[in-house]
Write a protein that binds this ligand. Structure first.
Ligand code: PHE
Ligand code: NA
Length: 446
């Protein structure tokens, strides 16, 4: 079953960089800091860490384990690993839903990647300079209203993604994350360094880390749970595909711990970069999705060194989006490549152009095609809701239930290097805590 042609990561480090690259995205840079601030600071962080440890981490390990055992794309990996364990091949549906989810998400994720490219360009050309709130607001709404501009951004971004993925795991994915992840780290450190000079760093720290237990409601706990899932890129076949390029020598639990810590540290770091700028400029913290594309550009346009800082920030965002987008294309390409006679390059073109075409429908829903198509939602919102509310939780649930209930307990524990108390703990968490956690989020989000 193990296929000698199948690619492998050249080291544990590049695997960690690729998995972290997938995990670190808009969820870390925009959503997490915002959630922390709104939901009780340190109290929220604590709940979030618990969700990560009890739900996110076990599912991450489960997806890698399935991928590594299969050494092939998520659909075939699920089918073959199930078959080996004497289970029904119908488990492959988990892989189907993962690959489909990745394809659908990529289509609209690339549209946002295009926004990020456009804003990177706008910061260099000084478009933000001297703008007031109305001017910056119009820049954003003007972009959304222009099919041509959105299409240009979406197309260039998708072209970059296709260019990287077409070159394969070693030459494409690994080279990209080897450059982009260190660059991302440096950009973040520089932006945090700037935050320290604003005189508002202490306020930002307090905002993020002062526990306000009263702000902690059932709703915020649910949000923390849902975010733990999203932030680790679970339920999309991504981690299964990345696991399929792993050798036996990599310790899955230890590696998962590293990736989870990096993802969390970068999310916290993003807050320490963004909040000082927000406070120093007296901006609105609760501006929701506008925080990154409206509020921050306003600050960049009206402060010393704003052109440089704006450029650094939007480059950071673009790099984060790019490493996530390549991880979305990979499972789809792996599937096409292994199941058709098409070469790597052709498989990437087929999958990438398919997602690009669907992305056009998504971007038109911001302007000329804004009428609802289904359930009162436009294409963009429909794709977003369908994947994040249904497909991801169900796929992640399928992966953890499969590993914890359908595979032989002893073989999983041996593979994870678990004995005695730690084996019992894994067993309890993987069998009950994590699945119940996902079911609770799934049901309550309906
Ligand atoms: N994990 C990414 C984040 O936190 C989100 C993401 C979702 C990335 C799906 C890739 C695929 O932003
Ligand atoms: Na993340």
């Amino acid at each position: 079953m193990s296929n000698t042609q199948h690619a492998h990561w050249s080291s544990r480090l590049t695997f960690i960089l690729a998995a972290t690259g997938s995990a670190v995205g808009l969820g870390n840079i925009w959503k997490f800091p915002y959630m922390v601030g709104e939901s009780g600071g340190a109290a929220f962080v604590l709940v979030y860490l618990l969700c990560i440890a009890l739900i996110g981490l076990p599912i991450l390990v489960a997806e890698w384990l399935i991928g590594r055992r299969g050494q092939e794309n998520p659909i075939n990996a699920m089918a073959d690993v199930a078959h080996q364990a004497g289970r029904n091949r119908a488990w492959l549906l988990v892989g189907v839903s993962g690959i489909l989810g990745a394809f659908l998400i990529l289509s609209f994720y690339s549209v946002i990647g295009g926004w990020s490219l456009y804003y990177t360009l706008s910061s260099v050309t000084g478009v933000f300079s001297g703008q007031d709130a109305d001017g910056i607001g119009e820049l954003f709404s003007g972009m959304l209203a222009s099919p041509g501009l959105l299409l240009a951004g979406h197309s260039v971004f998708m072209l970059l993604v296709i260019g990287i993925v077409a070159r394969g795991v070693t030459k494409g994915l690994e080279s990209a994350v080897r450059t982009l992840m260190p660059a991302l780290g440096v950009l973040l450190v520089v932006l945090i360094g700037y935050g320290m000079t604003t005189g508002y760093f202490g306020q930002a720290l307090g905002y993020m880390f002062n526990p306000d237990w009263s702000a902690l409601t059932g709703e915020t706990v649910l949000a923390a749970l849902g975010h733990a899932f999203f932030t680790l890129s679970l339920g999309m076949g991504i981690m299964m595909a990345y696991g399929s390029y792993l050798g036996e020598d990599v310790n899955l639990l230890k590696t998962a711990r590293t990736v989870v810590i990096m993802d969390t540290v970068i999310a916290l770091g993003a807050g320490l970069a963004i909040f000082p700028i927000v406070f120093a400029n007296g901006l609105d913290l609760a501006s929701g999705p506008g925080l990154i594309f409206v509020t921050l550009p306003l600050a960049f346009g009206n402060m010393g060194g704003g052109v440089i800082l704006g450029l650094l920030f939007f480059l950071l965002l673009t790099f984060a989006a790019l490493t996530s987008a390549i991880s979305l294309l990979e499972p789809v390409v792996e599937f096409v490549e292994e199941r058709t006679p098409l070469s790597r390059v052709m498989s990437t073109l087929v999958a990438g152009i398919g997602a690009w075409a669907l992305g056009i429908a998504a971007l038109l829903s911001f302007n000329v095609w804004s009428d609802p198509v289904l359930f009162g939602l436009g294409v963009f919102d429909l794709l977003d809701k369908l994947t994040s509310k249904f497909m991801l939780p169900l796929t992640g649930l399928g992966a953890i239930v499969f590993v914890a209930w359908a595979l032989e307990r002893q073989s999983v524990e041996t593979e994870l290097g678990l004995k005695g108390g730690s084996a019992t703990l894994w067993h309890l968490v993987a069998r009950y805590v994590a699945p119940i956690g996902v079911i609770v989020v799934f049901v309550s989000s309906l």
